[in-house]
Design a protein around this ligand. Structure first.
Ligand code: NI
Length: 170
């Protein structure tokens, strides 16, 4: 297993749509093992393959429910319900947290490492991490989930930070 560098805001791979996994082979098993190790090392509650530069539809997460690290291959959200404002961050946008509104409940389906159909669902952290990680695999960062005015300010700060500029405001 290996701890891999996490790609951050501005890296084009984070904007890419991902390819479905057609064969769960040794390469995919190694990818998942590395992703779990990288997630816990960060530390984070979830990690999508794009965050380590791999454009495949794979994510891992630990929703702090006592079940440890879970794997979702070819995952998709199949049901959402309600609405919840939740303080949300991302390992690819380090140092930033925003209150983000998303559905409170989410259900996702996909495959486990053995290729069996698997389903995860919940509110709270589980609902949030499922939506956040599957967003990543569609090339969507949490910044896209901000209200337009907040998003504009966030993008300005992030671009300035990436360029090493000081934000003097408007
Ligand atoms: Ni993230």
């Amino acid at each position: 297993m290996a701890i891999l560098p996490i790609r951050t805001f501005g890296d084009p791979v984070l904007r890419m749509n991902t390819a479905l996994v057609t064969d769960i082979d040794d390469g995919v098993r190694k990818l998942v093992a590395d992703m779990i190790e990288t997630m816990y090392d960060a530390p984070g509650v979830g990690l999508a393959a794009t965050q380590i530069g791999v454009s495949r539809r794979v994510c891992v997460f630990d929703a702090n429910d006592g079940n440890g690290a879970q794997v979702l291959i070819n995952g998709r959200i199949v049901e959402t319900d309600g609405e919840l404002v939740y303080d949300e961050g991302c390992l690819s946008v380090p140092g930033y947290w925003w209150e983000i509104t998303r559905p409170e409940f989410a259900r996702a389906r996909g495959l486990d490492l053995e290729g069996n159909e698997v389903e995860y669902s919940g509110t709270g952290l589980m609902g949030r991490v499922l939506q956040h990680e599957l967003d990543h695999l569609d090339g969507t960062l949490l910044i896209e989930r901000l209200e337009p005015a907040v998003r504009k300010q966030a993008l300005r700060e992030l671009r300035n930070q990436a360029l090493g500029l000081v934000d003097l405001g408007e």
